[in-house]
Ligand binder design. Structure first.
Ligand code: 6R9
Length: 661
């Protein structure tokens, strides 16, 4: 049975214990339902109340929602605030000021702690250094940093002066960095000499140098380099400065710059179905409200919690649940520099015991790989560590298969911790469909119900509602405060991608397929319905990988990329390639496949490397010349071809493409 099929027949229900319900902020289903009702009865009043209660405004807003230019919705538009002040200054003068904001564990296990007060001083000083570089409100700054306190400081410092950050995950290639600098018009890059992962020192600054050497980054003026390790890196005089140089003489006080609620706090690039990655633009007010609110709602965060989200700051999860949410909530969080399998695959469990983590939030792909490790080596099984500090578990990034859910529930959660399977996207800013730990009975593999005020539904291609029990497309019918505002520099693409005319132009189209349970209306996400793949929880566009392949013009004539299910990574990239020379076989085919993999890693990043590469003399096409992708998907899965292939121009190549290297 495939993961999706097993999800669809799942019917085990796990209600939260009475004690958990009693202690929770949103306590029991009636409390959840009351919030939903409040949102339905007075939609704007509901959000206005929450925005007043959860955000510190320099200037209060007078209008909650402006729909006059829909789908370019504006929230709290005439209000003014600063995101960094909402994460740091807000706690000064309260008992939180001396509380630990971040517990940092480095790759080699060294632990450091920083209090809210110290973090504020550090962010302020860095903000002054940015200003001294001539960086000002509205400028874009690209952040290419390892996991650690400094990455959060860089983002917070940008927010403090009203500069818009664009964080790029440290695994992306020089080419990807260059494209993002150009698209965002970034004036500065904040990076590190190296990052430490799994005991290895990996170059970051060298990738920035390579990106800038590709040319076209005309807006870029300065590069600030955090010396993470003692190994020197290339520094270009007049352009590059170490953090020490940039921070020298800077005061650790910096007044936060108030910005309008709609001011772009950040741009984060993500893959779409067509063309280049899109710069998802987020607001300041609505986004910050969501980061704070979902910490309260989904994680039921408390002052004594030790919160750990394992996501990298290069992804949206690291933005909302590392950089902004935990700080806005005044929580203590753990940040980890390394990887889950170094020095052994019990590292996560060991860290939970050591730091007494109470809320643990990770990706299904990590869980699956740790299950596999624990099954092969008893010594790294979670039972070897004391995990009794845990009270809530979470997952994010992709559908979780019920087997992995049950393992997580039993072996990590000790059958006592609610699991919040949080469905959301870069575009939604934060959780949109998720259980509430002290209310929602959970079902393995289901993200259960929408948060209050999120009008999620399942519709057909014309935007018409589909009854519960049948699959369709996931949409959100009304705007919400933390939604994507536009695609940076491409409002038309924003409208077309997310509010398609064919569906009436008013529904937010998530790009995922979903089905609601006929009995309890719970949502199950069945996966992307567009050409976006989800490999280990990372979004990749098939078109992006195809264009990377065909850009190897000396070798590749044509390429088609599809996804196929993979037990470990959820989906795997499978590329069908036609070369400019004759079709290779045997050792030679393997060697060329490797060359192509490395090429894709260089063009996009190692995460995009095709797992499978198949060579053919041609690709299966219809008489009108369209590549039959559905057929390729079947071949990639190793399924027998049941589709009608009468329109296929060249049926003989199917055999070639089915051949594994
Ligand atoms: C936060 C994040 C978004 C895509 C999304 C969907 C998949 C995320 C999920 C899930 C099933 C969940 N996804 N969470 N699918 N259950 N709990 O991951 O953002 O990188 O933009 O990916 O991830 O397919 O559309 P992003």
């Amino acid at each position: 049975m495939s993961a999706i099929e097993s999800v669809l027949v799942e019917n085990r229900v796990f209600p939260p214990s009475e004690a958990i319900v009693k202690a929770a902020r949103i306590s029991g289903m009636p409390a959840y339902e009351a919030l939903c009702k409040e949102a339905e009865q007075d939609f704007e009043g509901f959000w206005a109340r929450l925005a007043r209660e959860n955000v510190v405004w320099n200037k209060p807003f007078t209008k909650t929602l402006d729909e006059s230019k829909a789908p370019f919705y504006k929230w709290f538009e005439d209000g003014e605030l600063n995101a960094s002040a909402n994460c740091l200054d807000k706690h000064i003068g309260t008992p939180t000021e001396n509380k630990t904001a971040i517990v940092f564990e480095s790759d080699d296990g060294t632990v450091t702690r920083i209090s809210y007060k110290e973090l504020l001083a550090k962010v302020s000083r860095f903000a002054n250094a940015l200003k001294a570089q001539g960086i000002k409100k509205g400028d874009r700054v690209l952040v290419y940093m390892p996991m650690g306190v400094e990455g959060v400081v860089a983002m917070q410092a940008c927010a403090r002066i009203g500069a818009t950050h664009s964080v790029v995950f440290g695994g992306f290639s020089a080419k990807s960095v260059q494209e993002r600098i150009i698209d965002a018009g970034a004036v500065a890059v904040i990076t590190a000499n190296f990052q430490m992962r799994g005991g290895k020192e990996l170059g970051l600054k060298s990738i920035i140098d390579e990106a800038l050497a590709m040319g076209g980054c005309d807006t870029l003026k300065s590069v600030l380099v955090y010396m993470r390790t003692a190994t020197p890196c290339n520094m270009v005089a007049g352009r590059d400065k170490t953090f020490d140089e940039a921070l020298a003489g800077q005061s650790d006080e910096c007044k936060p710059e108030p910005v309008g609620a709609e001011h772009p706090l950040f741009i984060l690039y993500t893959s779409g179905s067509t063309g280049k990655p899109k710069g998802v633009q987020h607001s300041t007010g609505g986004y910050l409200l969501w980061a704070k609110l979902t910490m309260d709602w989904t994680f039921d965060i408390r002052p004594e919690d030790l919160f750990w989200c394992t996501a990298d700051i290069g992804w949206i999860t690291g933005h909302t649940y590392v950089c902004y949410g935990p700080l806005a909530a005044g929580a203590t969080q753990l940040i980890f520099e390394g990887i889950p399998t170094f020095p052994h695959a019990g590292r996560f469990w060991q860290m939970i015991e050591k730091h007494k983590v109470s809320i643990f939030y990770t990706a299904p792909t990590a869980i699956r790989s740790l299950i596999k490790a624990a099954e092969t080596d008893e010594k790294v099984h979670p039972k070897n560590w004391d995990l009794s500090s845990l009270r809530i578990l979470g997952t994010v990034g992709e559908p979780i298969n019920p087997e992995a859910w049950m393992w997580y529930h039993r072996n990590v959660g000790g059958e006592r911790c609610p699991i919040v399977d949080t469905f959301w996207q870069t575009e939604t800013g934060g959780h949109v469909i998720t259980p509430l730990p002290g209310a929602t009975p959970t079902v393995p593999g289901s993200c259960t119900l929408p948060l209050p005020g999120i009008m999620a539904a399942i519709v057909d291609e014309a935007g018409k509602d589909i009854p519960n029990g049948s699959g369709g497309m996931l949409v959100i019918k009304r705007p919400w405060p933390s939604m994507i505002r536009t695609i940076w520099g491409d409002p038309e693409r924003f409208k077309k991608s997310y509010f398609p005319e064919e569906m009436g132009g008013k529904l937010y189209l998530a790009g995922d397929g979903a089905v609601r349970n006929a009995d309890n209306a719970y949502f199950r996400i069945t996966g992307r319905i567009d050409d976006v793949l989800n490999v280990s929880g990372h979004r990749l566009g098939t078109m992006e990988i195809e264009s990377a392949l065909v850009s190897k013009t000396d070798l590749v004539a044509e390429a088609a990329v599809v996804g196929r299910p993979d037990d470990l990574t959820g989906e795997a990239v499978c590329a069908f390639v036609v070369l400019k020379r004759s079709r290779p076989t045997g050792e030679e085919a393997k060697q060329i496949a490797n060359e192509l993999r490395n090429w894709v890693a260089k063009e996009i990043g190692p995460i995009a490397k095709p797992k499978d590469i198949r060579f053919g003399d041609n690709l299966p096409k219809t008489r009108s010349g369209k590549i039959m992708r559905r057929l390729l998907r079947s071949i990639a899965k190793g399924e027998a071809i049941t589709q009608d292939i009468t329109t296929l121009e060249n049926p003989a190549i199917l055999e070639q493409l089915a051949e594994k290297l």
